[in-house]
Design a protein around this ligand. Structure first.
Ligand SMILES: *Cc1c(COP(=O)(O)O)cnc(C)c1O
Length: 364
């Protein structure tokens, strides 16, 4: 493949010297778990997002399930979530024994806030909002509904580092914002990493204790927790990348503005940005009814693509026990059949992008 859908090596090369220096610094420090890199990253990331607290964790999935655990949501409870998300969002709910209640997405691939209320029952405890593909959801409407029904709000920001709704960044609207720093995310580590952000000091404390075997003081365990610590190496490397995140996001926006301006093909529906919301473009996702043909046509020219995601959670084998079938969520399923992510990465050259645009525009 000449042009791959993602190029993590390019993201490394952009700041190679800084990453290498930081890696050596951590190696030589003699301190590898829960140290100054983690606490510095936590305060820097909280500052960037505009939240009071950040607690580093081992992954985005851990951030989700630990958030629900700390909020006390589990067996017998229902959590509302959009149908068209990455399956980890749903696992964050079901690991605790709670039941996911799916809502169809809107035209921006986010939860359709107008369809939330009809799914609320007396078991509903929370809404999980996923800012999918880097686009902020309609948080005004979601927070209004949550307030009226006294529901918790958890935000899955694994794809939305830095995306705003209005003036406020995603992750700061609800009770907890959950982030992943998996290498391919907009703020990517060089291994697994995640975090929660919150403005509630009790939640921050509870998560900080939970991630370390439920222990605040060594060998004194308050609750049965997990081992979900962010390590010093990942935290240090994330601090390097975080310093450049504004530039990295601007680059993604520039690339996607060009896609929006220059892609012209009657078979392809381009993504749209919600008024009043930002997109930080984790993916550039088009829709095409002839997707298989389009994929092959691009592959023939050495251009790779990815489908995010081909099987919606309600139809995956893992969630067969929920009893859904094809047809249960028609919009979610149509998106799963039509979406296609085209090449997008930091360090993408103008020439590479031109090749992608020319090829897509010549698809007949
Ligand atoms: C990546 C991702 C996660 C999970 O993050 P990990 O760090 O891989 O565990 C959760 N939700 C969404 C929407 C994601 O894209």
């Amino acid at each position: 493949m000449e042009i791959m859908p993602n190029r993590l090596d390019r993201g490394f090369e952009l700041y190679q010297e800084e990453f290498e220096n930081k890696a050596l610094e951590v190696l030589r420090s003699g301190w590898y778990v829960l140290g100054k890199e983690v606490s510095s990253f936590e305060s820097e990331f909280a500052g960037y997002i505009g939240a009071k607290y950040c607690v580093g964790l081992a992954s985005g999935l851990d951030a989700l399930w630990i958030a629900f655990r700390i909020l006390g949501i589990g067996v017998g409870d229902e959590v509302i979530v959009q149908g068209n998300t990455y399956i980890a969002s749903v696992m964050g709910i079901t690991i605790n024994g709670a039941k996911p209640v799916f809502v169809e997405p809107d035209e921006f691939f986010n939860i359709d806030a107008d369809r939330i209320e009809e799914k609320i029952t007396d078991r509903t405890r929370a809404i999980l909002v996923v800012h999918l593909y880097g686009q902020a959801s309609n948080m005004k409407k979601v927070m209004e509904i949550a307030g009226r029904y006294n529901l918790k709000v958890v935000e899955d920001c694994a794809q939305s580092h830095g995306a705003c709704f209005g003036e406020q960044m995603t992750g700061t609207f609800g009770d907890v914002g959950c982030f992943s720093f998996y290498p391919s995310k907009n703020l990517g580590a060089f291994g697994d990493a995640g975090a929660i952000v919150t403005n509630d000091p009790e939640i921050a404390d509870d998560v900080r204790i939970f991630r370390n075997y439920g222990s605040e003081k060594r060998y004194y365990n308050k609750v049965v927790g997990a081992n979900s610590r962010l390590d010093e190496m990942q935290a240090g490397l994330l601090r390097v990348r975080l310093r450049h995140l504004t530039d990295l996001t601007e680059e993604r926006i520039r690339i996607c503005s060009r896609y929006l301006a220059e892609l012209k093909n009657e078979w392809i529906i381009l993504p749209r940005v919600r008024e009043g919301a930002d997109a930080v473009w984790h993916q550039f996702v088009v829709r095409c009814r002839r997707r298989k043909e389009l994929i092959d046509f691009l592959n023939e020219a050495g251009i790779g693509t990815i489908i995010h995601y081909p099987i919606p959670p309600h139809l995956s084998e893992a969630y067969r026990y929920l009893g859904y079938t094809r047809g249960s969520f028609p919009i979610t399923e149509r998106y799963a059949d039509e979406v296609l992510s085209i090449p997008l990465y930091n360090g993408m050259t103008e020439r590479e992008q031109e090749q992608v645009i020319d090829r897509i525009n010549s698809f007949k």
